[in-house]
Design a protein around this ligand. Structure first.
Ligand code: HEC
Length: 121
């Protein structure tokens, strides 16, 4: 049988893509507990976070990519954001001071999942 070489090579590169995709997913999950991105996004949506934030564009608040970049390499990043999301700190929105909202959960692991999700954007 005569298989055109273009078909062979495209099959091969798709295989390579698949493998690198898996490697990326593993790297993003980090060494501790696995990050659940779907759950993080769902909770952020439910908690109205997306009213003021987006992953990659600035709204009332910084984009999550911007926050991830700001805390990149900082050892206390996770703790800082955990405090930010559990203590309703004062922030300025349109020049007016208001309390930053928290996540609609009492579950610490769910909060930490959102924190890790933000930091890995
Ligand atoms: C009313 C608008 C508003 C809502 C709703 C809101 N935020 Fe924010 N958020 C802000 C603003 C403004 C800032 C910047 C505060 C500052 O830099 O002082 C901020 C900052 C942040 C930061 C960065 C903190 C830091 O230390 O750099 C994170 C992370 C964040 N918000 C996540 C969330 C999450 C998660 C939710 C949902 C529970 C949420 N925000 C809801 C306006 C909002």
């Amino acid at each position: 049988m005569n298989v055109p070489s273009a078909v062979l090579s495209s099959t091969r590169s798709r295989g390579a893509l698949l493998v690198s995709g898996v490697a990326l997913a593993l790297a993003a999950a980090g060494p501790a507990q696995a990050l659940d991105a779907d759950a993080a996004l769902a909770l952020a949506r439910k908690s109205d976070c997306l009213k003021c934030h987006a992953v990659d564009k600035k709204k009332e608040g910084p984009s999550f990519k911007e926050t991830a970049a700001k805390y990149k390499g900082k050892a206390d990043a996770e703790q800082k954001l955990y405090v930010h999301l559990t203590t309703t700190p004062k922030i300025k929105v349109d020049g007016k001071e208001e309390e930053h909202s928290g996540l609609k959960t009492k579950n610490e692991a769910e909060v930490r999942n959102v924190v890790q999700w933000v930091l890995s954007r």
